[in-house]
Design a binder for this molecule. Structure first.
Ligand code: FAD
Length: 395
C-alpha cells in the first residue's frame, strides 16, 4: 500500500509485492482490466493454460487498493445468492487454486459462525450485546485468509507465469471494433501518457468501479463498506468473548456485523454501507487541461471516509464494538478503513459477455461475498476466454 494516508484509510496488513516495470505493448492476446483477486486470478490461469498467449493486467491504481486489499478476509462457500448452476465447490476450488499457484495465504477453515438475536440461538460460546443478545445460530463452511498475502501471492503468480501487470494504467474507454481497442491513460512519473492497445479479448474485472465501461450502470449499485481492527487481545480476553476457537462470524439479522481474528489476535469488525460518490468514474481525472494532466488514477482524495456520513458510521461501529462485551470495552481501535462493494440484482455475480461485444467479458458483483469466489471464478473466466468452458447463465 502507498505510504501516504489514503482517504479510504488503511487495513492492518500489507501487500509486499510490486510488479516489475514494463513498456506498454501495441497488441495483446488478452487484456485484463482490474488488478484485484478476479483479474489477477484470471491472468495467472490464462498463462498457465495457454503459455504462448500474451496477457497484460491494467490496474488504474496499485494492487490492493480496490476491494481485494481492503476486504474483511472471510473465505465463504457458494455465492451471496447461495449455490448457482455449475458453480460446484467454491472453497475446495479456492484451496486448490492457492495450492497450485503456491500462494501462502494463511487460509484457515474452522467454519464460520452465523450469529443471530433470536431466542432459538445457542448461548455459548458467544454472548454479546448488540441491539439484543447476539448468539451463535449455526456454523457454516468457511474461514479466513490474509488478504494482503493473497493479493501479493496472486501478483507473483501472474508474473511468474509470464504475464505483465501495469499499475497506474486506467482503461478509460473501449472501442468495440474487431479486435477491440483499449484507450489507456498511464501515469509515468508526473506525466500522463495516452495509449491505444489492441486486444483479441478483454476481461473487465473492475468490480464497483468503472460501471459505465463494464455496461453495469443502472444494473448494479456500488457502495462503500466500513471495517476496523483492534489491537491484539490477550488469551484471557479472547476466552471471555468466546473467540478462542478463532471462528470468523457474521450476523444473519440486522444491524449487520461481521468479524474475524487476525493472526496477531487483533479483531477485525465490519458493518455499514455508505453510498459511493454518485459517479466514481467522474472521479478519474481527465487529461484535458494542464492541471488535469497530473494523475491517471481515480482521484479518491475527493471522497474522504474520515468526514461526513462515513465518519458517523465509523463512530457508530466503534461504539457497538466497545459495548459488545465488557472485555472489549477498552479495546483500542488501531485501523479504520473502507472499501467498495458491488450489489447486484438477486445478489448474483455478473459473469457474462459485454452487451456490445462477444470479445469482452465482464466478471464482477459478488455482493460482499467475493474473497474465495473472485479467485475461483477468475479461473473459470480464463477457461471461458480460451473457449474451454461456457459462461454460466445466472441472469
Ligand atoms: C471492507 C470489505 C470487506 C469485505 N469482506 C468480505 C469478506 O469478509 N468475505 C468475502 O467473501 N468478501 C468480502 N468483501 C468482498 C470482496 O473483497 C470482493 O468481492 C473482492 O475483493 C472483489 O475482487 P475484485 O478483483 O472483483 O475487485 P477489486 O479488488 O475491487 O478489483 C478491481 C480493480 O479494478 C481496478 N479498476 C477499476 N476500474 C479500472 C479501469 N478503468 N482501468 C484499470 N483498472 C481499473 C480497481 O482499481 C481495482 O483495483 C469485502 C469487501 C470490502 C470492501
Amino acid at each position: 500500500m502507498s505510504g501516504k494516508t489514503h482517504p479510504w484509510g488503511a487495513p492492518p496488513w500489507t501487500v509486499d509485492f510490486r510488479p516489475a516495470p514494463h513498456t506498454l505493448p501495441e497488441q495483446v492476446d488478452f487484456a485484463i482490466v482490474g488488478g484485484g483477486f478476479t483479474g489477477l486470478s484470471a491472468a495467472a490461469w490464462l498463462r498457465r493454460l495457454s503459455p504462448k498467449k500474451s496477457v497484460v493486467v491494467f490496474e488504474s491504481s496499485s494492487l490492493g487498493q480496490g476491494a481485494s486489499g481492503r476486504t474483511g478476509g472471510l473465505a465463504l462457500a457458494e455465492t451471496a445468492a447461495g449455490p448457482l448452476p455449475g458453480l460446484s465447490d467454491v472453497l475446495a476450488g479456492y484451496q486448490e487454486i492457492l495450492r497450485k499457484l503456491r500462494i501462502d495465504s494463511s487460509l484457515e477453515l474452522p467454519g464460520v459462525w452465523e450469529l443471530g438475536r433470536s431466542n432459538t440461538a445457542n448461548k455459548l460460546p458467544i454472548c454479546w450485546s448488540d441491539s439484543g443478545d447476539l448468539k451463535v445460530v449455526r456454523t457454516v463452511p468457511g474461514g479466513a485468509v490474509d488478504p494482503g498475502k493473497v493479493v501479493a501471492g496472486l501478483g507473483r503468480a501472474v508474473e511468474n507465469a509470464g504475464a505483465q501487470i501495469i499499475e497506474h494504467a486506467q482503461v478509460h474507454a473501449i472501442e468495440y471494433s474487431n479486435p477491440p481497442r483499449l484507450q489507456i491513460r498511464r501515469k509515468v512519473r508526473s506525466h500522463v501518457q495516452q495509449t491505444e492497445i489492441r486486444a483479441s479479448q478483454i476481461l473487465l474485472a473492475t468490480n464497483a468501479f468503472s460501471l459505465e465501461l463494464a455496461g453495469l450502470r443502472g444494473t448494479a449499485q456500488a457502495k462503500l463498506t466500513l471495517a476496523l481492527a483492534t489491537r491484539p487481545l490477550t488469551a484471557g480476553q479472547l476466552k471471555a468473548i468466546g473467540l478462542s476457537s478463532r471462528h470468523p462470524f457474521y450476523t444473519i439479522d440486522l444491524p449487520y456485523l461481521w468479524g474475524r481474528l487476525l493472526e496477531s489476535n487483533g479483531i477485525v469488525f465490519g458493518a455499514g454501507l455508505v453510498p459511493m460518490p454518485a459517479s466514481i468514474d467522474a472521479l478519474f481525472s481527465k487529461p484535458s487541461g494542464p492541471s488535469a494532466q497530473q494523475s491517471a488514477e481515480p482521484n479518491l482524495y475527493r471522497f474522504d471516509v474520515r468526514k461526513g456520513e462515513a465518519a458517523e458510521s465509523f463512530c457508530w461501529l466503534e461504539s457497538r464494538v466497545h459495548k459488545l462485551h465488557p472485555a472489549l470495552r477498552s479495546a483500542r481501535i488501531t485501523h479504520r478503513w473502507a472499501g467498495p462493494i458491488l450489489f447486484t440484482e438477486g445478489m448474483r455475480p455478473i459473469f457474462r459477455h459485454h452487451p456490445r461485444s462477444e470479445n469482452v467479458m465482464v466478471l464482477a458483483g459478488y455482493n460482499g461475498h467475493g474473497v474465495a469466489l473472485s479467485v475461483y471464478l477468475g479461473q473459470w473466466a480464463a477457461e471461458a476466454l480460451l473457449g474451454k468452458r461456457p459462461l454460466p447463465d445466472w441472469r
